[in-house]
Structures are given as structure tokens and as C-alpha cells.
Design a protein. Sequence first.
Length: 194
Amino acid sequence: MMDGSDLSSDTRRGFVSQGWTRISQIYQGLLDKWTPHSKSRWAVALLLVLLFVLRVFLKQGWYIVTYALGIYHLNLFIAFLTPKIDPAMDFDGDDENGPALPTRSTEEFRPFIRRLPEFKFWLSVTKSTIFAFFCTFIDAFNIPVFWPILVMYFITLFCITMKRQIKHMMKYRYLPFTHSKPKYKTVDSAVTVN
């Protein structure tokens, strides 16, 4: 004989599963609506970071949380600047300096594909900032430290990491930003020269 508790347990699991599915659909719908608005997204992310910094400044605490957030954002930024396929690991190139991304229109076109796409970069920055902001409401995370040392550590780490990244970009001749790249004109076959 079937027990009534088994039926109610399955119904409850089904209700929770449906509710979770609906919440994830709403969340994904909101993300899809934000996707084409990159300037607005980054303005909101910057506002969240400023609110976090203001809270830390006014409360005079949570420096470890701030340091961890800064390191995480630095790692995200480095992943954003790095190509998905690292040219240092591409051993098919015939150049004595190693492989390089194309620099002329006659070379094979290989677009710059980021290891961390811009949207995922923004989403990770936003989520981590919100998480860190909520951590500032928990006294257990307010560990007393001498904050100038953390600032010096972060600046040193930032300089060393960015120096290594810039050397990598110069060695393999890639630029992860599109605003200053040359644009090659294509020849339109429909236009004839008289």
C-alpha cells in the first residue's frame, strides 16, 4: 500500500523544483534584457563599487573584504585582457619569436577572442561587489588589520601583474581593445572602375 507521505513529498519537491526553475527563468530574462546595454551595465557596476567603497570608508572596517574584492576584480580584469587561446601555447607558428596574432590584412584573420567575455566580466564584477557589500553587514568579516599594508600589497601585485600582462601583449603583438585598431577596407566586387 502506498503511504500518503510519499505523495506529499513528491508534490513538495515538484513545487520547489518548479519554483526554482521559474526564478532561474526570470533571472536569465533580466540578464538577456541587460546584454545589449553595455554602458548602462558598467555604470551600474561602477555605482555598486562606489557604494561599497563608501560603506567601507564610512564604517572604517572590512578591509580584508575590500582587499579580497580587489584581488578578485584584478584576476577578472587579467582574464578579460587575455586571449582565449594563449599564443604562448600555440606551437604551430613558424616565427622564431613564437606565434603572433595577424597584424596585416594579408595574414590569416584570427579575431581576438577573450578568455573572459565582456558580459561575463561585468556579471562577475557585479555579483562579487554585491556579495562583498553584504559581507560588510557581518561583523565576523571585520577583522582588524593595518590597512595601509593591504593597499601596498595590492598596488605591488597590480603593478607586477600588469607588467607581465603588457609584456605578454607586446611579445605576441595583440591588442585586446578594438577602439584603436586599424580597419581594413574590403574590395566591393559590385563597384567597377571605369
